[in-house]
Design a protein around this ligand. Structure first.
Ligand SMILES: Cc1cc2nc3c(=O)[nH]c(=O)nc-3n(C[C@H](O)[C@H](O)[C@H](O)COP(=O)(O)OP(=O)(O)OC[C@H]3O[C@@H](n4cnc5c(N)ncnc54)[C@H](O)[C@@H]3O)c2cc1C
Ligand code: FES
Length: 246
């Protein structure tokens, strides 16, 4: 589906001062897979003209949820939108996380949980989840993740909840030697640390890059890989970590 379609906001709820969960109802069912994303554009506005990409957080029939953090102008405007307002979207876009055959490891940093939640939910009691945040109040959907996951480990930077430190340390302590595929999304610093730990193991990462067209036409989202330049919007956003030059 590569053209903008109007959807209706069912709910746009603040979960903290800067993190929101928006639920939109589409005019039809979509068959999206974990790791794919949509582009949301505030209907009828020219500023900001471009849409913004968001991972599919959860999906049931025609109803899609996106978990997002306010970063700049576009996400601020999005956070101010109300129930029953219309919003344009394109999606689902991009590659998805290859489906795991058995148990699997998940490493999520901060709002990166938005990209992997649907994967954890889709394969119940198979994910061993490592979820790192700065502060305890930045942990979202803990009870739901606990319900769907096989195991969950949390880290906070000051140790307010779970392990004290960053999530890659906890992952290294507990799961470094587990021979399971890894699915990760989070800040670039986390991805770089993870790359040092996992070396050449199977690790799939959803990359967040600035986007313009979202459909492969503008080359505004290219990243460097061992196989040359790749477009995040169409060649990704999910890549194998060993492919990325960070
Ligand atoms: C495939 C994909 C999926 C994404 N999924 C989610 C999601 O589920 N939840 C979520 O909160 N965010 C997600 N993002 C990031 C989100 O798209 C950006 O935060 C958003 O576009 C920022 O728009 P803005 O107008 O608010 O900020 P802008 O005003 O455009 O920018 C504000 C600041 O944020 C930086 N920035 C903007 N976009 C990005 C980006 N993509 N990566 C890193 N820095 C950026 C800018 O350089 C600037 O410093 C995703 C990005 C991609 C590419
Ligand atoms: S955003 Fe235009 S090519 Fe990717």
């Amino acid at each position: 589906m590569n053209k903008f379609t109007l959807s209706t906001i069912v709910e746009n709820k603040a979960l903290s001062s800067d993190v929101y969960l928006i639920t939109v109802k589409l005019p039809f069912r979509i068959d999206a897979k974990p790791g794919q994303f949509c582009i949301l554009r505030v209907n009828g506005r020219l500023d900001p003209l471009l849409g913004r990409p968001f991972s599919i957080f959860d999906l049931e029939g025609e109803t899609v949820k996106f978990l997002y953090r306010i970063k700049g102008k576009g996400t601020k405007i999005l956070s101010e939108m109300k129930e029953n307002e219309k919003i344009s979207f394109i999606g689902p876009l991009g590659k998805w996380y290859p489906y795991p055959e058995g148990n699997f490891l998940v490493v999520a940093g901060g709002i990166g949980i938005a990209s992997v939640y649907y994967l954890i939910k889709k394969f119940p009691e198979r994910a061993i989840v490592f979820y790192g945040v700065r502060l305890k109040n930045e942990i979202f959907f803990f009870e739901e993740i606990k319900k769907f996951a096989k195991e969950i480990y949390v880290s906070t930077e000051e140790g307010e909840f779970g392990y004290k430190g960053v999530i890659t340390e906890l992952f290294q302590n507990k799961a470094k030697n587990l021979d399971l595929p890894i699915y990760a999304c989070g800040p670039m610093l986390m991805i770089k640390e993870l790359k040092k730990i996992v070396n050449d193991r199977k690790c799939y990462v959803a990359v967040e890059e600035r986007m313009a067209c979202g459909v492969g036409a503008c080359l505004g989202c290219v990243i460097n890989t061992v196989n040359g330049l790749k477009r995040v919007c169409t060649d990704g956003a999910v890549f194998e970590l060993r492919e990325l030059i960070l």
